[in-house]
Design a binder for this molecule. Sequence first.
Ligand SMILES: Nc1ncnc2c1ncn2[C@@H]1O[C@H](COP(=O)(O)OP(=O)(O)O)[C@@H](O)[C@H]1O
Ligand SMILES: [Mg+2]
Length: 141
Amino acid sequence: MGLIISHSPQETFALGMRLAATLRGGEVLGLTGDLGSGKTHLVKGLAAGLGHTGQVTSPTFTLVHEYAGGRLPLHHFDLYRLEDPSELLQIGLDDYLASRGVLALEWAEKFRDLLPRTTLWLTLAHGPDDTRSIQGLPESL
Ligand SMILES: Nc1ncnc2c1ncn2[C@@H]1O[C@H](COP(=O)(O)OP(=O)(O)O)[C@@H](O)[C@H]1O
Ligand SMILES: [Mg+2]
């Protein structure tokens, strides 16, 4: 799992699109990194790559946004404001995990114990200017 440097929001989006092409359904993507490190941009690319045409906004106030109608359903979580693990179970995490959709969870590290061992962890970090590093993407990307 190499470290990829993105030089622009567009490049991060394009990486999300390329990652989407590798997904078969049932994957759990754990996105970790500070505010502004590009997690939502990566998910925007994922959604576009899966064929979801609607606008992807940060689901900060809704916990989970669901995108249907693409090649695979995408369930986009933002766990920034969530504190209690039981709330995540209450909104049906286990049902999402059992589905054939793709789960992309921002701030997933807060609830690591609730996520499968097969979770693909992607770590984003700020670099100088508009660069962002992304750790954990498949080498072949
Ligand atoms: N290389 C880059 N990749 C992604 N976003 C970038 C990059 N360079 C600058 N940005 C900016 O950083 C911010 C990233 O926001 P967002 O994707 O919502 O991050 P997060 O979801 O991690 O808080 C946006 O304002 C975007 O324009
Ligand atoms: Mg975000």
